[in-house]
Design a protein around this ligand. Structure first.
Ligand code: SAH
Length: 280
C-alpha cells in the first residue's frame, strides 16, 4: 500500500464554496486508489462543524481522524477566501493539534487563536493562511513555486513555522521567550523538518546570517516595521506584518522592496500580541 498522499488537487471552488456544507456529501480529494488510506476520506457526509463530533477526541486514531478534521478546516479556509492551493495543501498536511496543549486538542482545528503559554497565542488558521498567501503573492517565488529564504518573527509553538517550511526553501524562525523556543523545539522535533531553523533571540534585530530574505513574516505587532527587517529583505522580497495604527488597533501591512525603495500597503485590521524587544 503506498504511503504517498495524492497531491492537493483540488478544485476547491468545485465545492460550491459559498453554500452551507452541513448535511451534504462533499468530495474533497480527487479519486485515489481504492486501497489508499485516503480513499476512505473521499466521500464523507459532514453533519457538524464541531471537531469533537468529527472524531478528533478519539485519541486512538488521531492520525486519520485529525486528517478528516483538517480537511474540514481547509475547506472552511477556502470558503473564507483563501485561494492559494499551495497554502491550503500545506495546512492540510501540518497537524495543528500537535502544537497545542492536550487540553485544547479538541479546539485545534477551529478557526480560533489559542493560548500557548507565557501569555502568547497561536494565530487563527485563517490568519496564518492569509499571511502566507500574501507572502506568496509577492515577487519572490522561485522556479519551483516556493518562497526562497523566509524569516519568521515569533515562533510561538512552531505551527506557522512548520507550514512555512512546506512552502519555502529555508525558514529561520526566531522567538524571544526561552520557554516557547524550547516548546517549539519539542513540538517540531518529531516532524524532522530539515529546512527549518529555530533561533532564540530578539527578532526585532532580524537574523543577519540568513539574509537577504525573500519573505519576512511577523506574528507580533510593533509601532512600525523595524529597520533591520527592511535592510535584511532582498530586492523583490516582501514583509507581511501587523503594525500599530492607533492606540488599540493594529493593521496588517505588506511591504515590498523594489529597486526604487519600499512600497507599503495597509490591509485589514488584525489583533496580534505585541512585538517586544529583548529576550526573556
Ligand atoms: N507563529 C506563532 C505565533 C506565536 S504568537 C505560532 O504559530 O504559534 C507571537 C510570538 O511572537 C510570541 O511567542 C512572542 O513571544 C513572539 N515575539 C514577540 N516579540 C518578539 C521578538 N522581538 N522577537 C521574537 N519573537 C517575538
Amino acid at each position: 500500500m503506498t504511503k504517498e498522499r495524492p497531491s492537493f488537487p483540488l478544485k476547491l471552488d468545485a465545492l460550491e464554496s459559498k453554500k452551507n456544507l452541513a448535511n451534504r456529501t462533499v468530495q474533497l480529494f480527487a479519486p485515489v486508489q481504492a486501497n489508499h488510506p485516503l480513499s476512505k476520506l473521499q466521500e464523507q457526509t459532514v453533519r457538524s462543524t464541531k471537531p469533537s463530533d468529527l472524531g478528533l477526541e478519539s485519541a486512538s486514531g488521531v492520525g486519520l481522524d485529525s486528517a478528516t478534521v483538517r480537511e474540514h478546516m481547509v475547506r472552511k479556509l477556502a470558503q473564507q477566501g483563501i485561494t492559494d492551493n499551495a497554502v491550503l495543501g500545506a495546512m492540510l498536511k501540518v497537524e495543528r493539534h500537535r502544537f497545542v496543549d492536550t487540553a485544547l486538542v479538541n479546539q485545534a482545528y477551529e478557526d480560533t487563536s489559542l493560548p500557548i503559554g507565557l501569555g502568547q497565542t497561536i494565530s487563527k488558521p485563517n490568519v496564518v493562511a492569509r499571511m502566507i498567501e500574501l507572502l506568496r503573492q509577492g515577487k519572490s517565488l522561485n522556479a519551483s513555486g516556493k518562497l526562497g529564504r523566509v524569516l519568521e518573527i515569533g515562533t510561538g509553538c512552531g505551527y506557522q513555522a512548520a507550514v512555512l517550511s512546506q512552502l519555502s526553501t529555508e525558514v529561520y524562525s526566531i522567538e524571544r521567550l526561552r520557554g516557547l523556543f524550547v516548546r517549539a523545539k519539542e513540538n517540531l522535533r518529531p516532524l524532522r523538518i530539515p529546512n527549518l531553523h529555530l533561533l532564540f533571540g530578539d527578532g526585532m534585530l532580524g537574523y543577519e546570517k540568513g539574509a537577504p530574505y525573500g519573505g519576512i513574516i511577523a506574528a507580533a505587532g510593533g509601532e512600525n516595521i523595524p529597520e533591520h527587517w527592511l535592510n535584511q529583505l532582498a530586492v523583490g522580497g516582501r514583509i507581511v506584518a501587523p503594525v500599530e495604527t492607533g492606540e488599540r488597533t493594529q493593521t496588517l501591512m505588506v511591504v515590498d522592496k523594489t529597486d526604487d525603495g519600499f512600497e507599503k500597503t495597509y490591509l485589514e485590521a488584525v489583533h496580534f500580541v505585541p512585538l517586544k524587544s529583548g529576550i526573556n
